[in-house]
Design a protein around this ligand. Sequence first.
Ligand SMILES: Cc1cc2nc3c(=O)[nH]c(=O)nc-3n(C[C@H](O)[C@H](O)[C@H](O)COP(=O)(O)O)c2cc1C
Length: 203
Amino acid sequence: MGVSDRIKALADMIAASPIAAVVSDPRLKDNPIVDCNQAFVDLTGYSRGEIIGRNCRFLAGPETEPDLTSLLRQGIVARRPVMVEIVNYKKDGKPFRNAVMVAPIFDATGELEYFLGSQVEVIQDASARANPRRKAALAEIEKLTPRQREALKKMASGKPNKQIAFDMNISERTVKMHIADALRALGAPTRADAIRLMVEAGL
Ligand SMILES: Cc1cc2nc3c(=O)[nH]c(=O)nc-3n(C[C@H](O)[C@H](O)[C@H](O)COP(=O)(O)O)c2cc1C
């Protein structure tokens, strides 16, 4: 894949998602955001121009829990998907509880290429947190066939189609088909939505 194809694939991954999402480039200094979707602009109140080029920690503030920031940092360093519900701030200074998911995306040679981040404002109070989301996500994933689930699980761990094809001993075309069918079954508009669902389900 050439550079322009990769940029297009990246934009396609989040552009059509109704869930706020960003993509960061860990090859650049301080892992800055290189793309975000309209839902992220709507959620945070910042314009695209204020977002691109910054590390995502600009959403943190005085009440942000340091132990949760630390969990995010550890996930990023270890290159594994991580999800926390952390206090963040909108541009107008209003705090909100952000169920943020960060997941690595690897290229066909196994190199870390990007991080996908997605953000959902959590309305429930502390006692109602975490479990319902996990149950709902698991119920959704029950709709998939075992092969679809396997392909999606590998996708959510950041593997490119080529690697998934190799792991499952099927063609890349079949991988794409399984993933497209899975997205349809889940009603997930983009790969980013499906990755988020898998991480929410703890798979
Ligand atoms: C793609 C991506 C999205 C992120 N989204 C958020 C977010 O929405 N809110 C947040 O508080 N941190 C988010 N982070 C985490 C921060 O960017 C940063 O990694 C974290 O604050 C820990 O690093 P620090 O201790 O250097 O600040 C995200 C990270 C990445 C890579």
